[in-house]
Design a protein around this ligand. Structure first.
Ligand code: UDP
Length: 577
């Protein structure tokens, strides 16, 4: 019976087995016995109808027509919203945003209130980011008790444990991002927190907020001051290069911390009068002010080609409907706290981005690690950004600009409905549902084992498989062979142009990863989620080099990950070499 049900769901939208498994376990609504009561198509209709209800508040009776358009868009898998929208639309949980940033001040009340908010948000499947930079350092005075403070890092462990506990009843692992300013006296403890213990802070990504001044001091071999945020007093002077080395060594060992370039981020802050941005959501793609949230949604670029070329008109059409959809999500989302609702409605930030870039490039025969690919990706990002801003300006004509616009924009700037429009999300699950490659990441492997909810599923890239069959070099034996190393670049049984067009993440030089991130970032309002993959043999110096290059390339953040440096990575090769 289970197998029959799987086949039915799979047939409807031609989904992969991995997609159906995830959907049935976590996304589809279920009855009291835990059996799904909707198909994937019905899930998408539920989302479309619920979101389109917002249209009636602007024009009576308009929702029916928009529900139809949204449903067509989602069922085509040309565009999907972030997971919480798919899971929660039209259900009692009702919170639809992928991510939130919460404030953490230097008091127990504030710290534990952030934890309470985070738990509720994570129960709904949202991720939470926070800056712990204002929390007084370890050993500092606690006036009310006469005792000494623990500093930020032990609090992270409390948040991490809470995320583990909430996961049991929630929808998925509660993702967290902790940011600490590079001048905080506990920065060394923070930087080494995960590298020192591979089981520590599993629900956290760590990012050091680095300033231009600090990085210039690293370059010039200067000193760097650590400052107690409570008193403003300098507690130590350290060689900047020494602290930077500690970051690079930890990142080399376990992938954490990443860096957040706060000066670059704040230069692009659309609402500087509302405050300085200090943190991002867990995967780094959305810098936000405290209590702000973001509804993400991603366009499937693999669907935007025709006859071996980009289909720009199709992309334009998708962007226009997607912006409207995401703006509607803000109105119909249920906010568990007033602060979240107020912040969301004041700036109406949305995060439209894309997935399937690598599949699209491969289908066009353009190697990911080529100047042509980087140029094309930049053009696509610019096209999405321009079209999204125009669509948001048209929405502002009928619905009004976002409320915080009046006191934010110079008189001559165009009124828009949303303070921030584009962002490149990791699309970890929605790309799996859509059956394409994640975000702007290259293919991880042409054939590999994916760990889905503790099961290993062997997958091969559908685009490669189709091509191999069409060109007559497909065989099961070939796929099994590919699965051993993941890649095809050195495989002489495969035609040369195919080998060039299908590079995998580890075959692509780190510099190309960064070039791609930088080219896309230039035309994205918020930020770009991207991992710079390094081979197992990469050195600490390689990490140092890529971190500094990233700063100079003006990306907003950087994450480097050396293959195999974490015991439980999500994607593994069948027998890693
Ligand atoms: N996220 C989360 N838990 C997860 C994965 C993601 O809270 O297990 C949040 C996190 O804020 C991340 C955002 O969702 O930055 C978008 O991630 P992704 O695009 O991978 O999510 P999807 O919509 O594909 O599930």
């Amino acid at each position: 019976r289970e197998a029959k049900a799987l086949l039915r769901v799979r047939d409807e939208l031609k989904l992969s087995l991995a997609a159906v498994t995830v959907l049935r376990q976590r996304y589809l609504r279920r009855d009291a016995h835990g059996h799904p009561v909707e198909s994937t198509g019905e899930m998408l209709d539920r989302v479309a109808t619920f979101v389109a209800a917002a249209e009636d508040t602007y024009q009576a009776g308009a929702s029916e027509q928009w529900a139809q358009r949204f449903s067509t868009l989602l069922r085509s898998l040309d565009f999907l919203p972030n997971s919480p929208t798919l899971m929660n639309a039209g259900t009692p949980l009702g919170f639809l945003s992928g991510c939130v940033v919460l404030p953490v001040e230097d008091s127990l009340r504030s710290i534990f209130s952030a934890l309470q908010y985070a738990s509720i948000i994570q129960q709904a499947g949202g991720g939470t980011g926070y800056a712990f930079s204002r929390v007084r350092p370890a050993g500092d005075l606690v006036a009310s008790t006469g005792g000494t403070a623990s500093g930020p890092v032990p609090f992270l462990r409390v948040f991490d444990t809470a995320a583990d506990v909430v996961r049991q009843g929630g929808r998925r692992r509660g993702a967290n991002m902790a940011v600490l300013d590079v001048s905080h006296p506990d920065i060394y403890e923070f930087v080494t927190a995960k590298a020192a213990d591979s089981a520590a802070l599993e629900n956290f990504n760590l990012s050091v907020a680095v300033s231009n001044a600090f990085l210039r001091a690293v370059e010039a071999n200067g000193t760097h001051r650590l400052v107690n945020p409570r008193t403003g007093r300098t507690t130590a002077r350290v060689p900047a290069a020494d602290l930077f080395d500690a970051m690079c060594e930890s990142a080399h060992r376990c992938g954490d911390p990443g860096l957040l370039f706060l000066d670059t981020i704040n230069r692009a802050n659309p609402l500087p009068h509302l405050g300085r941005i200090e943190a991002t959501n867990p995967c780094g793609e959305v810098p936000l002010l405290p209590y702000e949230s973001c509804n993400l949604g991603s366009i499937n670029l693999a669907h935007c080609t025709a006859d071996g070329r980009m289909d720009w008109d199709r992309l334009t059409n998708i962007v226009e409907v997607a912006v409207r959809f995401l703006d509607d999500v803000i109105d119909v989302s249920r906010y568990p706290f007033d602060e979240l609702e107020q912040a969301a409605r004041a700036s109406r930030k949305i995060g439209l981005g894309f997935m399937g870039l690598a599949e699209m490039l491969a289908s066009l025969g353009v190697p990911y690690d080529s100047a042509q690919a980087v140029r094309l990706a930049g053009r696509i990002a610019r096209h999405v950004q321009d079209t999204a801003h125009a669509a948001s300006a048209r929405l502002a004509e009928s619905r009004g600009a976002f409320p915080a616009f009046a006191d934010s924009a110079p008189a001559n700037s165009v009124a828009v409905r949303n303070a921030q429009l584009t962002s490149i999300a990791p699309t970890g699950t929605i790309s799996l549902i859509a059956g394409t490659t994640a975000g702007i990441e290259p293919m991880f492997a042409i054939a590999y084992a994916r760990n889905v909810l503790d099961r290993h599923l062997l997958e091969s890239n559908p685009c490669f498989e189709r091509l191999a069959r069409d060109r007559g070099f497909y065989s099961d034996a070939l796929l099994t062979e590919i699965a051993r190393t993941g890649g095809v670049r050195g495989n002489r049984r495969i035609p040369e142009d195919v080998r060039a067009a299908f590079p995998t993440a580890l075959e692509i030089a780190p510099e190309w990863h960064l070039r791609m991130q930088a080219a896309v970032q230039r035309h994205v309002d918020a930020a770009v989620s991207k991992t710079i993959n390094l081979p197992t043999s990469a050195t600490v110096d390689d990490v140092r080099k890529i971190f500094l290059e990233a700063w100079r390339a003006k990306v907003k953040g950087i994450t480097a990950y050396r293959y195999g440096s974490r015991p439980h990575q999500v994607l593994t090769l069948v027998s890693p070499e």
